[in-house]
Write a protein that binds this ligand. Structure first.
Ligand SMILES: *Cc1c(COP(=O)(O)O)cnc(C)c1O
Length: 360
């Protein structure tokens, strides 16, 4: 067996320790006589798995008691509709900061249900920065303000949150969840697809302030109403059982290695190795303004499409896979989520140095 360094933006690497535990428990979980895949979600064994996953997530993210944690399906993309259906029901208005394709999709979907307004965008410079937001830009009557915390495709991250006053701040944290500590109390809703930093695809984590539950529009399908899931402990219907189990193993792994403070330290170290190289390379350069750089997704280019393609091809042959940039932007992108070891980034940089020498 030879495992590659996988720089995919998602689904992405999982900690090897988690995969080994899952493998060891594949045929029989505990003394249950069955795999978690085969278990009834109504069983005592499974209830313990989901309860523990929630408790561990609450502990590592320090989630206040007045927030509900939901384990849902449909990906982050379903939240683009679910958020407005549940929140855009007071003044039928919401404000959006468009910092990339995901943020734009959230805006477009919300516009189907009410008055969605773009208050700032960084599209003028291919989303290579985060626009500055001042409090006067926000409509105090808006039902919420939406941001995409880490822009997976473009490699930017909000370093400072916009001041939204009493207007709930909603953030898509799909590609930065659990990468560093986050003050949950600053948000109305946080949501994330699990396949970047948490688990295999199929699970969406929603963390919602309790007063925002129960105000859904009448047209809201039962399955898209937060209340349906909060009243049923994420078990109104069959949840993505096995993915929640893997998420639970990842939460335990994070707890064991030192929580989100440690995660931030390691992720900063990894990102610094790559950014320092990019800043000093004559061939490669990063595409994002330094102050808004993401810790998780690092896009870079050579400025020559043929050379980019050669790099992607040769890096793949050397065991560094999925370095091709998003189809909409080209170039390269290294996604260095929690499960990417420091060694993977060091070896990638060594490979880039060698490629630069050989192709100078
Ligand atoms: C991947 C991603 C999405 C899409 O997630 P799905 O779970 O595939 O719907 C949305 N937002 C961000 C920031 C992402 O990185």
């Amino acid at each position: 067996m030879s495992r590659v360094y996988n720089f995919s933006a998602g689904p992405s690497m999982l900690p090897e320790e988690v995969l080994k535990t899952a493998a060891a428990e594949m045929l029989e979980y505990g003394t249950s006589g069955q795999s978690v895949m085969e278990m009834s979600h109504r069983s005592k064994e499974y209830q313990a798995i989901i309860d523990e996953a929630e408790a561990d997530l609450r502990e590592i993210m320090n989630i206040p008691d007045n927030y509900t944690v939901l384990f849902l399906q449909g990906g982050a993309s379903t939240q683009f509709a679910m958020v407005p259906m549940n929140l855009m029901n007071k003044n039928k208005k919401a404000d959006f900061v468009v910092t990339g394709q995901w943020a734009k999709k959230a805006y477009k979907e919300a516009a189907r249900y009410g008055n969605a307004r773009v208050i700032a965008s960084s599209e003028d410079k291919t989303f290579s920065y985060i626009p500055k937001i001042t409090p006067d830009m926000i409509d105090p009557e808006a039902d919420y303000v939406h941001i995409c915390m880490n822009n997976t495709i473009y490699g930017t991250k909000w370093q400072n949150l916009p001041e939204t006053g009493d207007v709930p701040l909603v953030a898509d944290i799909s590609s930065c969840i659990l990468s560093e500590p986050i003050d949950v109390s600053k948000f109305g809703i946080l949501y994330a697809g699990a396949q970047k930093n948490v688990a295999p695809a199929g699970l969406t984590i929603v963390i919602i302030r309790n007063d925002l539950i129960g105000n859904a529009m009448d047209i809201t399908p039962t399955m898209l109403n937060y209340q349906t899931h909060s009243e049923n402990g994420s078990m109104f219907n069959t949840p993505p059982c096995y993915t929640i189990y893997i998420a639970g193993l990842v939460f335990k792994w994070i707890k064991k290695i030192g929580g989100l403070d440690y995660m931030r330290k390691i992720n900063s170290e990894k990102a610094a190795i790559l950014y320092d190289f990019l800043d000093n390379s004559k061939m490669f350069k990063g595409t994002v303004v330094p102050e808004d750089r993401s810790l998780m997704n690092v896009p870079f280019i050579t400025g020559n499409e043929e050379l980019d393609a050669k790099f992607v091809k040769e890096s793949k042959a050397a065991g560094f896979v999925n370095l091709k940039g998003h189809r909409s932007v080209g170039g390269m992108r290294a996604s260095i989520y929690n499960a990417m070891p420091v060694d993977g980034v060091k070896k990638l940089v060594e490979f880039m140095k060698k490629f630069e020498e050989e192709n100078a």
